[in-house]
Write a protein that binds this ligand. Sequence first.
Ligand code: FO1
Length: 326
Amino acid sequence: MAETSQERRTHRTPFTRVVALAGGVGGARLAQGLAQCLADKALTVVVNTADDFEWLGLTICPDLDTVLYTLAGVENRKQGWGRAHDTVHALAALGQLGGPTWFRIGDRDLATHLRRSELLWKGHPLTEVTRVLAEALGVGPRVLPMSDDELRTRVVTAEGELDFQDYFVKRACEPRVVGFRFEGAETAQASQGVLEALAEAELVVVCPSNPYVSLDPILGLPGVGERVRNRPALAVSPIIGGAAVKGPAAKMMRELGREPSAREIARHYAGTVRGLVIDTADTGDTLEIEALGLRVRAAPSLMRGPRGRAALAQVVLDFGRELAGG
Ligand code: FO1
């Protein structure tokens, strides 16, 4: 088999069991970068499902769809979610019938929600449904929902508790965040596939998604945090120069009384991972992050297109090799 780019760079046996934990857009993009650097069978992407919700009776899984579409190369590049070149005829017709149009489902995207909901209604677990969709979309790496149980993020705001998509889309993240509640957390279990993948991982990558609403739901599942702590693991900061690349992470941090900085991300993940990749704009935080017991690697973290994704993924794999003592 031709040398992978990683082999060329480090002339070591390439990783064969990498597990990426991902939420929405940032996580999906780094996962796609890792997929460019690793053999398909070497990468498992564990995806947050706490953003999922029921819409017109259909089960919508935004983070799973963003990861599937991005790995398949069919995502809407500008938005980061939904499908490329999609149309909204069904949505317009729905509006004429008095239906909700605040959650903008495209026509091609709608097929995913219909097919997923049909399989769920027939009793297939979300892990199996995701495998069917991934195969149909030609996605090589394994994509696993974090759990087959229902777990939903509720955003506690100054105006009261909001469902995640109401906060994120309908209210455009405007209400002031006071905290989060994960409904179903008392009983939700990580799927067997997730626990096994983590137990065998040579490297766990906590992707640059929102730490509170995308990664904490995954890390909070029974058995997940401890498995990540027992493995070589690193995180990639979603905060660059005091701002989030996409989404409300920096605004949430400020409203929670925390500074939106790489060192705050380090505080969040200290004790769970061994290293943190930060952007070159944030090297001023290095000493404080190392004081938390984390190793630091600075690299351009804003992923511009497929080459930017692969470049950051290569940094992650090289750093991971060091953390693994390789
Ligand atoms: N995000 C928006 O800001 N506006 C939308 O209308 C919207 C529609 C949508 C449809 C399908 C889908 O899978 C995702 C969609 N998203 C939309 C993004 C979604 O709310 C977020 O990607 C995640 O929930 C946060 O990671």
